[in-house]
Design a protein around this ligand. Sequence first.
Ligand SMILES: NC(=O)c1ccc[n+]([C@@H]2O[C@H](COP(=O)([O-])OP(=O)(O)OC[C@H]3O[C@@H](n4cnc5c(N)ncnc54)[C@H](OP(=O)(O)O)[C@@H]3O)[C@@H](O)[C@H]2O)c1
Length: 321
Amino acid sequence: MSEVKGIRRYFKQYNIGNVTAMMKNNKAEPVICSTPFRKKLVMITGATSGIGYAAAHKYASMGADLICINRNTEKSERLCREIRETYQTECACIITDFSVMDQVKKLAEDLQELKRPVDVLIYNAGVHLTRRTETAEGLETVFVVNHLSSFLLTTVLVPIFKKQGHGRILFVNSEGHRFAAWGLRTDDLNWEKRRYSGLGSYGSAKLAQLLTMLIFAEQLEGSGATINAMHPGAVKTEAGKDNGRLYKWYKNNILEKNFRTPEISAEALYYLGVSEEVAHTNGKFFNLTRLEDPAPPAVDREAAEEIFRISKELCGLGEHR
Ligand SMILES: NC(=O)c1ccc[n+]([C@@H]2O[C@H](COP(=O)([O-])OP(=O)(O)OC[C@H]3O[C@@H](n4cnc5c(N)ncnc54)[C@H](OP(=O)(O)O)[C@@H]3O)[C@@H](O)[C@H]2O)c1
């Protein structure tokens, strides 16, 4: 959709009440869940730093066994050792780079062989890049890491979650989806026809993920398994570490001044993964633990169908549903 079409389509749907609700939610504390999660299996992507790292510690501290899917072997091994020694729970790591679709496909195949049901699956790995880069397959990196890789895995795993009849899938998404204020430019998901923008590409990838969640939620409806997305708060992490010096200065000296710690994100991810209060919530967006209306382009059913079909094609998964 072009920007002009997007403005025409969504302008009237914007509601100041939603924005003020978001601002209020941004200041809220997460609801704390103190239910133990002993011997349950939790899979987390990007657990080597920031929010994923804090979430891995939170779940392990409550007794869960972990499978962490990370790209860095050394950091992964350190994390696993740390988790096992600190909490005496199981922690296995699988090395996968989410910017390499062949590796993600291999992971999808391997996960189908898992003998144990996954109780909570947290897609957390993500990047924010101020300069456009391409993956080996010629796709824009932020789109692949933040959306396409989790899309491919979820497509493969939804039938497994349906069969097991329980389990919660959580997308660590972002209020940043609002940067794609006029919807997805599906004619240029690769950012070749317009000037690249770090916030724009990040917002588009997060929006794509939110839209496809609507379809996954429909697929899971009534199965006992659920899928939801959340904004993890504005928290200090390693995000943006691959950007230039100017960005890092801005991040350290201005952007993060009022940021909180990733432990609040971990608490929210624990609540969303474990609490009975949200056991049947499906296809929703949370700001930490508060239900929130995402931006109008994120609830556009027609746009969801379109990006779902395109994502499937890009993953080589053939026809839509
Ligand atoms: N921080 C915030 O305020 C904020 C706000 C809204 C949303 N989020 C979202 O929260 C999630 C976590 O971000 P964070 O803030 O915790 O940042 P972070 O500290 O940079 O953590 C990102 C994690 O993702 C991993 N990762 C990055 N690229 C990867 C790839 N190609 N393949 C596999 N793993 C990869 C990183 O691995 P390495 O350790 O190897 O780099 C790291 O474990 C992201 O989805 C982000 O968009 C964050």
